[in-house]
Design a protein around this ligand. Structure first.
Ligand code: NAD
Length: 260
């Protein structure tokens, strides 16, 4: 059997997920990319992973917001490469509104994508990892998995929830060579952050520049956005043998935000 590992990264057509896909490819893993974009829009990024890192990369548009999508994605990965060794649950969305106006469908969509999808992928992929005696599950939570901000009820609830799932799965897999951890980024400059600025400005009655300075980076003591590459480096480390005793952990990469 080949020694090349297979990594599945949900929501890897953009932002943090794409950065982690690049990191794992540079560590020599075949990569299963995923996102909502049509394959044509992701082709250049997929091909770049193959040509730059000498691995194979495939793309699936399975919808992580449904119970079926995560199962389809893991099945596609197993068909493509025979197994899943590394699972990164990263796909996520945000919606910003006071609770009393928060639309029911937005609540449900965020819970489905930011929390339930990780349950379904883990449920489907973990038995193979346990049987092979090696696996890595990395959940991309958030500083909002550890602390709250106003107007983000669904996101904060989902991200707190995924830390509970991380700990439970870590305990269940601990004797099988499988670690389960959560990375908790502070603000990272990606399309997800950029898109929420106008809504936050509206909800708080501020300009977009004020939102960046006084809301987003107000709680981040370094006063700098974290980078996608920093998230990728940590994910690669968590996949290494040096990280085999790190499990059930929520690891902040937030410029000191949650030290407050
Ligand atoms: P992004 O908007 O750049 O990318 C989101 C990805 O999710 C895209 O690949 C998109 O195609 C995919 N996606 C969206 N809906 C999907 C669906 N239904 N099915 C499958 N894929 C879907 O976002 P990002 O900023 O890179 O965020 C990635 C993760 O990191 C999210 O879970 C987010 O909550 C978390 N996070 C981000 C920040 C930040 O500052 N950017 C901070 C903390 C946590």
């Amino acid at each position: 059997m080949t020694d090349i590992k297979t990594a599945v990264v949900t929501g890897s057509s953009s932002g943090i997920g794409l950065g982690i896909a690049k990191g794992l490819a540079s560590a020599g893993m075949n990569v299963v990319m995923n996102g909502i974009e049509p394959p044509g829009e992701v082709e250049a990024a997929r091909k770049a992973l193959e040509t730059q890192h000498g691995i194979r990369a495939v793309y699936s548009r399975a919808n992580m917001m449904t119970p079926e999508g995560p199962k389809e994605l893991i099945a596609f990965a197993e068909e493509s490469f025979g197994r899943v060794d590394v699972l990164v649950n990263n796909a996520g969305i945000q919606f910003v509104s006071p609770i009393e106006d928060f639309p029911d469908d937005k609540w449900q969509a965020i819970i489905n994508l930011n929390l339930s999808a990780a349950f379904y992928t883990t449920k489907t992929a973990v038995s193979g990892m346990k049987a092979r005696g090696w696996g890595r599950i990395i959940n991309i939570a958030s500083a909002h998995g550890l602390v709250a901000s106003p107007f983000k009820s669904a996101y904060v609830a989902a991200k707190h929830g995924i830390l509970g799932l991380t700990k439970t799965a870590a305990l269940e897999a601990a004797e099988h060579g499988v670690t389960v951890n959560a990375i908790c980024p502070g603000y990272v400059w990606t399309p997800l952050v950029e898109k929420q600025i106008p809504d936050t400005a509206k909800a708080r009655g501020m300009t977009e520049e004020q939102v960046k300075r006084d809301v987003l980076l107000a709680a981040q003591p370094t006063k700098q956005f974290a980078t996608v590459d920093e998230m990728a480096d940590l994910a690669v480390f968590l996949c290494s043998d040096g990280a085999k005793s790190i499990t059930g952990a929520a690891l902040p990469v937030d410029g000191g935000w949650t030290a407050h």
